[in-house]
Write a protein that binds this ligand. Structure first.
Ligand code: PXL
Length: 269
């Protein structure tokens, strides 16, 4: 064990492999002790026709009281779907009070994909995220999220000059590393990594299928490796390959998320 404890702050979507129900098993699989703080509990993710929603924020102060008494501290954070500005403010409180020295904050600013915002999100939310990512050591937006944050139209095809324009605009919002996912080049897909002016790309085979939750799985796998000291490029390479394996393992009758369990299950059966 690497001895590091990471806190995932995201929703619990009871059904649909995304946010905590994906991040927790994937980070555990890659050897990271993972604590969770659910922001809200939904019946299922919001790509289904209907969902229920239970806000867990009113319980947060009691959670903090217990963590204070028990002297609980974290070495890193992985944030994804938050859904309202109040969870950003509560997360900032957590970063200040419950961090071990050098704790790293990884923020996946989940609010849209394929050129559109997810249901319930608007420009006011995007503006709150623009301010919130100033806390981050790493941000992991997809192209749609990067464009909204940078206040640029989402292009049909995001070529490399556009990706680098996005990096430059986002670097005014955060001093953290910027990892833009879903970058395409020569029929491959991967990530553009901007770190203090240095730019790198990591590409892998593009599979012709789309699933919700793959961004959450990518960020979890990336974070588990990055927080153990691997480089951004190595961590992205492993995470990208893991997501591709999960997509390959997913049946055509399973449209709401990838079957990552098939990739992680033990061969000792
Ligand atoms: O995978 C991102 C995600 C997380 N949580 C909820 C979602 C989504 C994407 O739609 O609806 C509730």
């Amino acid at each position: 064990m690497n001895g590091k404890k990471v806190l995932a702050i995201q929703d619990i979507s009871c059904v649909g492999q995304c946010s905590i129900t994906a991040v927790l098993p994937v980070m555990s699989h890659f050897g990271m002790e993972t604590a969770i703080l659910p922001t809200a509990i939904l019946s299922n993710h919001t790509m289904y026709k209907k969902w229920s929603y239970f806000d867990f924020a009113p319980e947060f102060e009691s959670v903090f009281d217990a963590w204070r008494v028990n002297d609980i501290k974290f070495d890193g954070y992985v944030l994804g779907y938050l859904g309202s500005k109040k969870y950003m403010e509560l997360s900032e409180k957590i970063f200040k009070e419950f961090s071990n020295d050098g704790a790293k904050i990884i923020i996946d600013p989940v609010f849209g994909d394929n050129g559109k915002l997810y249901p319930g999100f608007d420009e006011k939310y995007v503006q709150a995220v623009r301010e919130f990512i100033s806390n981050a050591d790493v941000i992991v937006p997809n192209i749609t999220e990067a464009c909204y944050l940078a206040d640029m139209p989402v292009p049909d095809k995001c070529d490399i000059p556009n990706v680098e324009k996005l990096m430059s605009k986002l670097s005014a919002l955060t001093k953290g590393t910027i990892i833009i996912t879903g970058v395409e080049r020569d029929g491959m897909i991967g990530e553009g990594i901007y770190d203090g002016g240095k730019i790198e790309y990591v590409f892998d085979e593009k599979l012709p299928r789309f699933f919700h939750g793959t961004g959450d799985i990518f960020t979890a796998a990336y974070a588990a490796h990055k927080l153990c000291g691997m480089s951004d490029a190595e961590s992205c390479k492993i995470a990208g390959r893991f997501v591709a394996d999960c997509i390959r393992a997913t049946g055509d009758n399973h449209p709401y998320g990838v079957q990552f369990e098939d990739v992680m299950k033990s061969s000792l059966r």
